[in-house]
Design a protein around this ligand. Structure first.
Ligand SMILES: Nc1ncnc2c1ncn2[C@@H]1O[C@H](COP(=O)(O)OP(=O)(O)OP(=O)(O)O)[C@@H](O)[C@H]1O
Ligand SMILES: [Mg+2]
Length: 297
């Protein structure tokens, strides 16, 4: 893996291609079947530098299947998958990583009892000295992790503390900074805020924005239209494996997004049901009254 220090990706990050050039990652009519189960079908998606593409959808909508294709875990069974305009078919996540596509999974692959700096370099440790007396370059790893985290605006008191003692949000942030440092051009975040409270989610969203500002194309998977709308430039809503909505921020508002997410009609039905329950105030819920079907409501 190349680091930013080596400058391999520096030029790419500092100098994004002008509009109209090939997206970093693109899916055209892509789909995936697991045997008889068609998990994903006819999906178009484009990821551009310095933009956040949000992929929303309910449980089983196909979000994970989509990112598994892009991250090299699974192969698509229909349509096209392009990186920098070239059709690709990755056999392993390593191949995706080599093209600068990094994925931060929700169950982060960290070693809880190891210090933060050690986790930052896990699997890509810096070494010094010639073989066979090669050893870990601890001082350089600590200094680099410290600098990189600060560059992303992440300030931790002590990088010696076991990563397991950090909050879930902080761990996500370290993982994001790590991906940025190791030269990611495309960062995939699989529901990074799903298990977090409001404040912690805010912190993670801040670093999603920081990664975007560093020039990365971000694919942000979430259930939460509010989180998506805080950072998103483009919104793709999956429903039963197909794209229900694909729209730039300028063409979709938060309420419409929420409606799509919940499935407007279903949400309206739910609102109608909730309205029958004493003590539940449905007034502020999206899904307008016009949708609240039967008369007599
Ligand atoms: N390995 C697999 N084998 C068979 N079916 C699968 C496999 N992986 C996913 N599916 C099916 O594909 C569909 C989409 O699943 P996927 O995990 O992509 O949804 P998701 O949007 O990520 O859902 P969630 O929000 O619950 O994570 C589901 O119906 C699921 O049961
Ligand atoms: Mg999933």
């Amino acid at each position: 893996m190349t680091s930013n220090e080596a400058g391999t990706h520096g030029a790419v990050l500092a100098d994004p291609p002008p509009p109209g050039e090939a997206p970093l990652v693109e899916l055209r009519g892509a789909g995936k079947s697991y045997g008889n189960i068609r998990a994903l079908h006819g999906v178009d998606l484009a990821v551009h530098p310095a933009k956040v593409t949000c992929v929303l959808g309910d449980n089983g909508a196909g979000k994970s299947t989509l990112i598994k294709i892009v991250s090299g875990l699974h192969q698509h069974t229909e349509g096209e998958f392009l990186v920098d305009g070239q059709p690709v078919r990755f056999s392993t996540p390593r191949e995706a990583l080599d093209r600068g596509i990094a994925t931060v999974y929700q169950d982060l692959a960290t070693v809880p009892l190891m210090p933060v700096w050690r986790n930052f370099f896990l699997g890509s440790e810096m070494t010094k000295g010639p073989w066979p007396v090669r050893r870990l370059d601890i001082a350089r790893m600590k200094a680099t992790a410290d600098r990189e985290l600060r560059n992303m605006g992440i300030v931790l008191d002590d990088l010696e503390q076991p990563i397991g003692t950090l909050s879930g949000g902080q761990r996500q942030c370290v993982a994001i900074a790590r991906a940025v440092y190791f030269g990611a051009r495309v960062l995939i975040l699989d529901e990074p805020t799903a298990a977090l409270g409001v404040k912690q989610s805010g912190v993670v969203l801040k670093y999603v924005a920081a990664a975007r500002d560093r020039g990365l194309g971000v694919i942000f998977i979430t259930h939460n239209p509010h989180h998506a709308y805080m950072v998103g430039d483009h919104f793709s809503v999956l429903r039963l494996g197909t794209l229900e909505l694909s729209a730039p921020r300028s063409e979709v508002g938060l309420e419409e997004l929420t409606n799509h997410m919940a499935g407007g009609a279903e949400l309206a039905a739910l609102k109608h049901e909730l309205a029958q329950v004493r003590g539940v105030d449905t007034g502020g819920l999206p899904g307008g009254d016009d949708l609240t079907a039967p008369a007599g409501d």
